[in-house]
Design a protein around this ligand. Structure first.
Ligand code: AKG
Ligand code: FE2
Length: 190
């Protein structure tokens, strides 16, 4: 079975749409359980109109990936759930916002609690520190609002230049013209 990677930084992750888990699991999770919370917490990021997602599991283990470099997500809002298994170290850290870096970056560290989920703004710089033993698995759901990202691509900070994509793509949409079906697209600048 062909296997994609959640992103270029993560070598051992698994995309949940490839396992057929979007329809029965992640979409209802987003619509029924997460959106009521994100609508309250992130109204400025389209928290009440998150209409697609990219969901994956990341895995860190000795002799595999140990950590994740500092980055921002291709998401308006991200859910990060600690799935275990057993590990030491490997805290998440958060810094400035992608669009407002400070001259001397400051970071806060968050310790994972197995089975707990954490919501954060996709544009906040973050990464994970190296684990020192065990295996760390996390469910990551990058949630997108087409109403927000159609105006400005969060990755290139420009008006998106769309190319057609399969499935949710990167969560952009085109308004239908004539008979053209609505598509969910990628920004070609990425
Ligand atoms: O390893 C983690 O818990 C963070 C993963 C992450 O930030 C990402 O995949 O975008
Ligand atoms: Fe991330």
């Amino acid at each position: 079975m062909p296997k994609g990677r959640p992103n270029t930084m993560n070598n051992y992750g698994v995309l949940l749409n490839e396992l057929g888990l979007d329809e029965a699991f992640i979409t209802p999770l987003r619509e029924k359980y997460l959106q009521p919370i994100t609508a309250l917490l992130y109204p400025d990021l389209g928290g009440d109109s998150l209409d697609s997602h990219k969901a994956f599991v990341v895995k860190y283990a000795l002799h595999q990936d140990l950590d994740l470099s500092c980055h921002y997500d291709n998401a308006e809002v991200t859910l990060n759930v600690s799935l275990g298994k057993e590990f030491t170290e490997g805290n998440l850290y958060f810094g400035d916002f992608q669009q407002a870096p400070s001259p001397v970056p400051r970071y806060i560290e968050i310790e994972h609690v197995v089975s707990h989920g954490l919501l954060h703004r996709g544009g906040q710089m973050h990464g994970s520190l190296p684990i020192t033993s065990g295996e760390r698995w996390n469910l990551i759901v990058w949630m997108r609002s087409s109403a927000i990202r159609n105006q400005l691509c969060p990755m290139c900070n420009k008006k998106p230049q769309l190319v057609e994509a399969e499935g949710f793509g990167d969560g952009f949409t085109r308004s239908p013209e004539g008979d053209e079906p609505e598509t969910v697209d990628l920004c070609s600048v990425l």
